[in-house]
Design a protein around this ligand. Sequence first.
Ligand SMILES: [Zn+2]
Length: 78
Amino acid sequence: MVRIPDKNLGYQGADDDMPRIVHCIFCGKQIEPGTGLMYVKNDGSILWFCSSKCYKNYLKLRRDPRKYKWTLKYSRIR
Ligand SMILES: [Zn+2]
């Protein structure tokens, strides 16, 4: 039996000093170190995106990732 930890919601408890592996805020996929896009909002919160596709969908189009099949969050509904 294999248990897969549910880490799609990103880092909440800071156990490590530096989170090396982050997940895309939109599609939920793991972002390789050195790739992706880090967006810092005016209030200081950091959003990670794996690609400009996710960036546009989240910030410009304001889409809900749960409604799109290509995101990992889609399958988490029911
Ligand atoms: Zn993504």
